[in-house]
Design a protein around this ligand. Structure first.
Ligand code: ACO
Length: 321
């Protein structure tokens, strides 16, 4: 049987950290106390003008490839999860492929599942590898959410940041990704959306992120708690065998409520939301990369990653490192 294992991780955050106080200085009617007490967020990063999702993705990808000890040319599947692509088309994945200098390569495509996009992308890559059709996948979450924020809506603009995270997933005879669960319920599409598009050379509808914060909060806590338990059950993994939970980094209160539902102490939960804000599809691989590089996540450990995002979409994976 062919398994898929994580061989390397990478992350990239653009520019300097922008603190809550910096947002106040930029004229947003908010405070560090309001943002930090409700969300746990203290800072985030914003891509400078001209820097796009593919640029962030490329930087994270190079670090993941280096950590995996392989060459860009060894990648035969490239998936980018993003809701803020450079273009309508071509896909951000093909732009990253070109940036890595891969010519005449394997499949490259984008996945759109908003904040759960990386978990969706990893699940797709795991299936490709387990089928034997591909040997080495690069899965990236990359976002420039700063470009779709309405800066006059203080209820949303303080929550998000830009960044990218990546993993190299390799075929192996040893189990790595042990279980995956993905879900969606389009009935909730209106509580978190960017309800606009482009047609006839014009923006149609509303091109900014809109959110019913309280509805999202309730949905996220239940979905994240349920799906983490689901992958543990699918893998036959007792809760005590889970070394780390790496959840989507939207809000520390959502993360704490999820950990409580799972009976996991917070010292087993990786959090970056205080420094990164919500980077949507980039949040899980960025947090994973932070915990790998600072030595918390080590070979032989068991990790559950999970995400929830607009759509609604939600999912989790149980991974042995
Ligand atoms: N600074 C100061 N005051 C603010 C701000 C702000 N940035 N934003 C809103 N307020 C005010 C409102 O105007 C309102 O004032 P009022 O009572 O005078 O009318 C008051 O704060 C309360 O507003 P609510 O929107 O009801 O605030 P709530 O307590 O629900 O907190 C929040 C809002 C933090 C967004 C919360 O609902 C939440 O955490 N939701 C989860 C959403 C989330 O994390 N989304 C991330 C994206 S989704 C995902 O990734 C899956």
């Amino acid at each position: 049987m062919i398994h898929a294992r994580i061989a390397g991780t990478g992350g990239y955050l653009p520019g300097e950290a922008v603190t809550n106080d910096d947002l106040v200085k930029r004229g947003i009617d908010t405070s560090d106390e309001w943002i930090a007490s409700r969300t746990g967020i203290r800072a985030r990063h914003f891509a400078p003008p001209g820097v796009t999702a593919s640029g962030l993705a490329l930087a994270a990808a190079r670090r993941a490839i280096e950590a995996a000890g392989c060459e860009a040319g060894d990648i035969d599947l490239l998936i980018v999860a993003t809701s803020t692509p450079d273009y309508i088309f071509p896909s951000t994945a093909t732009l990253v492929q070109a940036g890595l200098g891969i010519r005449n390569g394997g499949a490259a495509f984008d996945v759109q599942a908003v904040c759960c996009g990386f978990v969706y992308g990893l699940a797709v890559a795991e299936k490709f590898i387990a089928s034997g059709s591909h040997r080495r996948a690069l899965v990236i979450g990359a976002e420039v959410f700063s470009r779709i924020l309405d800066w006059s809506d203080r209820g949303t603009c303080v929550l998000f940041g830009d960044g990218a995270g990546a993993v190299v997933l390799e075929a192996s005879s040893t189990p790595g990704v042990r279980a995956v669960a993905l879900h969606a319920d389009g009935g909730h599409h209106a509580i978190l959306c960017v309800p606009g598009g482009v047609a006839d050379g014009k923006v149609t509808g509303d091109p900014f992120l809109r959110m019913d914060g309280q509805a999202v909060f309730k949905f996220a806590v239940k979905a994240l708690g349920d799906v983490a338990q689901e992958v543990a059950d699918l893998a036959g993994a007792p809760r005590a065998s889970i070394d780390w939970l790496v959840p989507h980094q939207a809000n520390i209160r959502i993360i704490q409520a999820t950990a409580r539902r799972l009976g996991l102490p917070m010292d087993k939960v990786v959090t970056t939301v205080e420094r990164h804000g919500n980077t949507s599809a980039a949040s899980v691989p960025l947090a994973l990369d932070c915990a790998v590089r600072d030595g918390r996540i080590r070979a032989g450990q068991r990790v559950v990653i999970e995400g929830v995002g607009g759509g609604f979409t939600w999912g989790a994976a149980l991974i042995d490192f």
